[in-house]
Design a protein around this ligand. Structure first.
Ligand SMILES: Cc1cc2nc3c(=O)[nH]c(=O)nc-3n(C[C@H](O)[C@H](O)[C@H](O)COP(=O)(O)OP(=O)(O)OC[C@H]3O[C@@H](n4cnc5c(N)ncnc54)[C@H](O)[C@@H]3O)c2cc1C
Length: 382
């Protein structure tokens, strides 16, 4: 029997499994997902006060669609012999989908780095939540004013004083100027102090030292400076992009027998843009990569990667949220309206469970247009 093996159990891995099961139909094909976790972790929800709500049992998705789950970590991908080594055991494949995701870029040699918190993983978010539980007036420093840092800072501002620190001279540097004014207004509303053009150079017990030499009170320092693809990508390609991702073609093929999805894939969206390391891309990337891995073995036509329009939705805690559309991130909704859209997105990213038909139907919908997204014609005139 031929084997499709998927490495990773996040958005990309799970939807690859469903995509492969969709293409398989009744054919004789084994689909195996290898990941150490028992749960699919919905990382976009990890800034929330109850991180355990951001986890879905993998067995409830993989079981109904007859995908085997091997709970192990892959250390080696041998593309010549077509095997992966997972916790010391070899697993052979005919087609592989690499969907091992990304992880937080951690500081190199920062004194006190072991005291840092993060919301990159379920365990990280649980640790931060447990550390601050029951404390009403803590001081928190958030390092990194990008998407994740802004969500962490505005969530933490609900019960404490927050200082937001970034090397850049502006907040949300990589989000561009589109939403900046709305972000600044939200930070002001929540009383979040900013120290821009600076970083943290030391973390101690109850304090942090900034690069300008000042010491600040810090019951928790949350590190959120960006993500990088899993190092497994280095075993697939020598031509990784700046985020460590594998270049892929329009069918998401990185090598003749290897497809790549999610935060490990540098796929083109159009002539000008490459996918973001975001679940809104990881999900359709997974659906297409998994489908194609199986279709390639079964002689079925492959699918092209055609995601829906690019949007972002940033949670800003007590100040609501910001929903943007387009690569210039035009603000379509802010305040309470933006917050409500984010709440709906955070529910919509949960995959269907326990129902093979619903899971396979969702795997077949690559371009998602959610009903609550405001459309272009609703953009207020500039
Ligand atoms: C706090 C936070 C907020 C975010 N907010 C948003 C948002 O609002 N919108 C948005 O679109 N995106 C957001 N993102 C980004 C989004 O979460 C990621 O783009 C998405 O999780 C990528 O999915 P993935 O499946 O590629 O990778 P991951 O979710 O990282 O999953 C990777 C999987 O691979 C497994 N794995 C890793 N290494 C191995 C190995 N060696 N062997 C086997 N398995 C392995 C992991 O255990 C995991 O199961 C956010 C991320 C964070 C951290």
């Amino acid at each position: 029997m031929a084997d499709v093996v998927i490495v990773g159990g996040g958005f990309a891995g799970v939807w690859s499994a469903a995509g492969a099961a969709l293409a398989r139909g009744d054919a004789d094909l084994r689909i195996t997902l290898v990941a150490p976790n028992e749960h699919m972790v919905l990382r976009p929800r990890l800034y929330e006060p109850e991180p355990d709500l951001a986890a879905v049992e993998l067995s409830r998705i993989l079981g109904p669609i007859a995908v085997e789950h091997v709970r192990a970590t892959v250390s080696t991908i041998d593309t010549d012999r077509r095997v992966v080594v997972a916790d010391g055991a070899e697993i052979g494949y005919d087609r592989l989908v690499l969907a091992a995701g990304s992880e937080l870029v951690r500081p190199d040699g920062l004194p006190g780095a072991e005291r840092l918190f993060d919301i990159d993983t379920l365990d990280g978010a649980r640790r931060l939540t447990a550390h601050l539980r029951g404390r009403e007036d803590y001081s928190a420093v958030v390092v990194g004013a990008g998407f994740v840092g802004l969500e962490a800072a505005t969530a933490l501002a609900a019960r404490g004083r927050v200082l937001l620190v970034d090397r850049s001279d502006v907040v949300g540097d990589q989000l561009g100027p589109g939403p900046r004014e709305a972000i600044e207004a939200a930070l002001d509303e929540l009383g979040i102090e900013r120290r821009l053009g600076t970083t943290v150079t030391e973390v101690g017990d109850g304090y942090a030292v900034l690069s300008d030499g000042t010491g600040v009170a810090a019951d928790a320092v949350v590190w959120s400076v960006g993500m990088r693809a899993s190092r497994l990508t280095e075993q697939i390609s020598e031509e990784l992009d700046g985020l460590g991702r594998v270049p892929v073609d329009r069918h998401l093929r990185g090598l003749p027998e290897v497809f790549v999805a999610g935060d490990t894939a540098a796929a083109a969206v159009d002539a000008l843009h490459t996918v973001m390391q975001a679940c809104q891309h990881a999900t359709p990337l997974g659906k297409v990569a998994g489908y194609n891995a199986a279709a390639d073995l079964l002689g079925v036509p492959l699918r092209e990667f055609t995601p829906g329009p690019y949007v972002t939705c940033l949670d800003l805690g007590g100040a609501g949220g910001i929903f943007t559309r387009g690569w210039d991130r035009r603000v379509m909704a802010s305040g309470a309206d933006g917050g409500e859209i984010k709440r709906q997105i955070n529910l919509a990213i949960h995959p269907p469970v326990d129902d093979a038909e619903a899971i396979l139907a969702a795997a077949d919908r690559v371009r998602i247009e959610l009903p609550f997204f405001p459309r272009d014609e609703e953009v207020p005139a500039a």
